[in-house]
Design a protein around this ligand. Structure first.
Ligand code: BGC
Length: 442
């Protein structure tokens, strides 16, 4: 692979890093914000979840914006929004300003969660596309881990302003980086800028492969541009069904309960002090990060579906083990160890399968003419499902009990395996335009 392609994907992946950092950082910051602004429980919850309102708004509009001003400028805009949100939240004089700035940060996350994988997938040569989109997921996990570590480091000083404000650094790199990056050649063909598109393709693929790509893109473009109405029937409706379902299944198999509530779960599992639980959470962040590398290196060799099956089977078994461990009246000794290891295995298996590959697939299955919109709707579904799962996790623990909650996620893993078997095509090594989901060619 050309280093140039890796550079383009890495700059875009900074959108993922900010996604991870800004969703992870609040868990540590909230304790000190609560003290400074004397927040009641309701306001605390809202300070945490307001970012999701921004995410939903950002994801809902990102596809349309990316189709109108281009992928590159939308990512540039995401960088500016992240920057404004970080500065405003770090300097917030009161709770109202903080809430507004966290919603602004959410808009940045919503934009980048649609456009970063979309852009990477359109720029990448077919034989490394899965790995490069997985790089975006890797950046998310680095962001989450960095947030845990920075929160840990700044906790003694209670410095929540620096915790939130540090997002300025990657935001600036994203803004200036995107100025230097090329527009997606696929988008340039779509808006009729053929000369620039051709030059871009040649730069990325070399002259020979570029001609084949061009041929394939032009054939794809002969289809009529698809607005929202086109999703109401036929192959596009089917692709949307697959995209939305995958995005929702990524969430309802429970990953964010561990990412957001890890320390609480560790305490339930009998892991001594709060300090130890936070340490264990850092370990979760590290496992999540390191195991994503497996996807980067193998998703284009082994393929999307085999990795998904292996990962989901591991998630299912570890959730079953967690459910078993938690069914004991008190967790201690070997049961605590089983619970701790099961959580690590669960996160590790997610990290090389459902985490990255859902983003890979939803960036691949829609035809160019409907890609922005299709990804936007799928990502929106991902955020809404995230909201419900994380919002109702504590309620689920209360009503179903801890074993029942983890058993429910295990069942959802099984459902996901069957769903993938029935609907998802293997897209390894295919040109984007060759990919067919239920008869729709991408
Ligand atoms: C998911 C996030 C999750 C993260 C964990 C992403 O693919 O969309 O909801 O927090 O993975 O690494």
């Amino acid at each position: 692979m050309k280093p140039y392609v890796l550079l383009v994907a890495s700059v875009a992946a900074l959108g993922g890093l900010l996604f991870g950092y800004d969703t992870g950082v609040i868990s540590g910051a909230i304790l000190f914000i609560t003290k400074d602004f004397a927040l009641n429980v309701r306001l605390q919850e809202f300070t945490i979840s307001v970012v999701l309102i921004g995410c939903v708004a950002g994801a809902a509009s990102a596809g349309w914006i990316a189709d109108t001003i281009g992928r590159r400028w939308t990512l540039f805009a995401a960088g500016i929004v992240f920057l404004l949100g970080a500065v405003a939240s770090a300097l917030a004089p009161n709770e109202t300003v903080l809430l507004i700035s966290r919603a602004v940060v959410g808009i940045g996350i919503g934009f980048s969660s649609v456009v970063a994988p979309l852009y990477i997938s359109e720029v990448a040569p077919a034989e490394v596309r899965g790995g490069l989109v997985s790089l975006y997921q890797f950046a998310i996990t680095v962001g989450i881990l960095a947030a845990y570590l920075i929160d840990y480091r700044l906790a003694a000083a209670g410095d929540w302003r620096t915790m939130l404000g540090l997002a300025v650094v990657p935001s600036l790199v994203l803004v200036f980086g995107m100025l230097a990056m090329p527009e997606s050649p696929r988008y340039l063909f779509k808006i009729g800028k053929e000369q620039r598109a051709r030059a871009g393709l040649a730069h990325i693929h070399g002259p020979q492969a570029a001609a084949a790509e061009e041929q394939s893109i032009l054939e794809g473009l002969s289809l009529k541009s698809a607005g929202l109405a086109a999703f109401r029937s036929g192959p596009l409706l089917y692709a949307l069904f697959v995209g939305v379902s995958l995005a929702v299944l990524q969430q309802v198999t429970g990953i964010n309960t561990v990412i957001y509530y890890g320390p609480q779960i560790f305490q339930l599992a009998g892991i001594g002090s709060a300090q130890d639980s936070i340490m264990a959470q850092t370990l979760v962040g590290t496992v999540n990060c390191v195991l994503t590398l497996v996807a980067i290196f193998f998703v284009d060799k082994i393929g999307r579906k085999p990795l998904l099956y292996i990962g989901l089977a591991g998630m299912l078994l570890s959730l079953a083990a967690l459910s078993y461990a938690f069914s004991a009246p008190h967790l201690s000794g070997s049961l605590s160890t089983i619970a701790l290891w099961s959580m690590m295995v669960y996160v590790g298996c997610f990290a090389f399968s459902l985490g990255p590959i859902v983003w890979v697939l939803i960036s691949e299955i829609f035809p160019l003419q409907a890609r922005g919109l299709g990804m936007s709707i799928s990502t929106l579904a991902n955020w809404i499902a995230n909201f419900f799962v994380s919002q109702f996790f504590l309620t689920m623990l209360h009503t179903l009990g801890t074993p029942g909650t983890f058993a429910t996620y295990a069942v959802m893993c099984l459902v996901t395996i069957f769903f993938i078997r029935a609907t998802v095509p293997e897209t390894k090594n295919e040109l984007l335009e060759e990919i067919r989901v239920g008869g729709a060619s991408a």
